[in-house]
Design a protein around this ligand. Structure first.
Ligand SMILES: [Zn+2]
Length: 338
């Protein structure tokens, strides 16, 4: 039987509709993704092809290597097809047709020097250098007080909107706070004010009681399928108690996340085969006076893109998910990936 569930975190509804699957226990009914065809074109993101990208903003490099040359673990370059640019003055024009000139940061983080095309191929060390790089970029951009919000996300595979197959992450820093982020923070603050507990901490302690949607725990972090998952096999990784944000995590916390993320992708791969997904790392706004670490938790949200959205989803903001998060979590828990 289907259920209309309320997502308290994001303030939206989703419809969990297992009847829409031909075989509820059978992931064969998903649209299969085939491997990317081999391309003879050189890849601008591979080590050795540094001249094919704009000059680097930052790179995690071996000591004896030089900028824009070989010898890096991760590399950050401006997005060639940028949505906003840092050189534009952050002018704000009021009136009926209010707008800001297109000021902001739009960077591409090249996650790995070798041509890996999926996070499913990553080891823990890959995740650690990736998190260190994101941390460094957020920490650096905090000094630019014109930027008040930074979005960190990955699109992997064309069903998720990616145009480059080499693993990469995007960073967009903006002079405005997106409404959904502002509202998320407001709801989290109101909840904390009423209950003296972070909303995510309450959610996780309820999940802990039932265990039905929890996949795995490592250190202070839990992976679970959210109660109102909008996407089949959606997984959230969250800190249980207060931690820092991306640029203030301890090395122990980074190691826990690396272990959990590698394990999560192995489990997903075991269930789904090759799959496309969006990944989002939570980042509160940069200029809040309130210490958001009390109110928010560090979270990573993985949204597999197994189905295309149609008119209903686009016009109502209500997602239909044919795989219950309870079934997804059970299958992922049982995925022996060793
Ligand atoms: Zn490549």
């Amino acid at each position: 039987m289907s259920e209309i569930r309320y997502d308290r975190l994001h303030d939206i509804h989703v419809i969990i509709a297992p009847e829409r699957l031909r075989h509820p226990d059978d992931t064969e009914s998903f649209e299969k993704v085939t491997p990317e065809p081999y391309s003879s074109e050189p890849c601008p993101f591979c080590e050795g092809n540094e001249s094919m990208t704009p000059p680097e903003i930052y790179a995690l490099r071996n000591e004896r290597s030089f900028p824009n040359d070989k010898g890096w673990k991760t590399r950050v370059v401006p997005n060639l097809f940028k949505a906003v640019q840092i050189e534009t003055p952050p002018n704000h024009h009021c009136g009926l047709f209010e707008h800001w000139e297109g000021f902001g940061a739009h960077e591409v983080i090249i996650d790995t020097p070798v041509h890996k095309t999926s996070m499913c191929e990553w080891g823990e060390e890959d995740v650690i250098v990736w998190l260190k790089t994101l941390s460094q970029r957020v920490s650096d951009l905090r000094h630019d007080h014109r930027i008040v919000y930074i979005s960190l996300f990955k699109n992997e595979g064309k069903n998720a909107g990616a145009t480059m197959s080499h693993c990469h992450t995007q960073l967009i820093g903006l002079p405005i706070i997106p409404k959904s982020i502002h509202e998320l923070f407001r709801r989290s603050w109101e909840y904390y004010h009423t209950t003296s507990q972070a909303l995510m901490e309450s959610i996780l302690s309820h999940e802990e009681e039932t265990q039905s949607r929890i996949i795995e725990k490592v250190g202070n972090f839990t992976s679970f399928c959210p109660y109102a998952s909008g996407y089949p096999f959606e997984v959230m990784i969250s800190s249980i108690t207060k931690t820092g944000q991306i640029d203030t995590l301890s090395s122990e916390e980074v190691e826990s996340i690396a272990s959990l993320l590698v394990s999560t992708f192995k489990r997903l791969k075991r269930q789904l085969g090759i799959f496309h997904f969006n990944l989002w790392i939570s980042t509160p706004s940069l200029n809040d006076d309130i210490d958001s670490s009390e109110i928010c938790r560090f979270t990573i949200r993985i949204m597999p893109r197994l189905y295309r959205h149609g008119g209903f989803e686009n016009t109502t903001d209500i997602l239909i998910n044919p795989v219950s998060p309870e079934l997804a979590a059970k299958l992922l828990r049982e995925s022996n990936h060793e």
